[in-house]
Design a binder for this molecule. Sequence first.
Ligand SMILES: [Zn+2]
Length: 140
Amino acid sequence: MSIASKLRNFVLSCHCGKVRLTCDMESDLSQSGRCNCSSCFKTRMWVHPVSNINSLKLTTPESNLAVYHYGAKCTGHYFCKSCGTQMYMRGEYPGSPAFAYVSINCIEGLTQQEFSAIPFAFANGLEDNSNESPKFTNHL
Ligand SMILES: [Zn+2]
């Protein structure tokens, strides 16, 4: 089985519909995560990595988006200018490949039962250790 056969093209939209995008991700969404870093904690961002960042394509005008940078400014957090929904983040850290993560909650076409069945892992972004679960997670 090729890697591409495990991918699915998802459609995502913000609350008001002024921002829509498509991207390829693992079809079972098994790479999703919730992080305790200062940004994810405040926005309750539940993310999934985009399998190929070139597959992330806006289907609405880029001018409908605003971007927020903080800290080392290696990552841009993109959100709808109208309704404020955070749609995705993308960036690149020195010495690492570029990356993009989308907000799981913006995926269109999934039922509440399907959302509830998506597995996720916790990431300790607050202590720059994304491979480990933080000590406290109920609030994430
Ligand atoms: Zn919106």
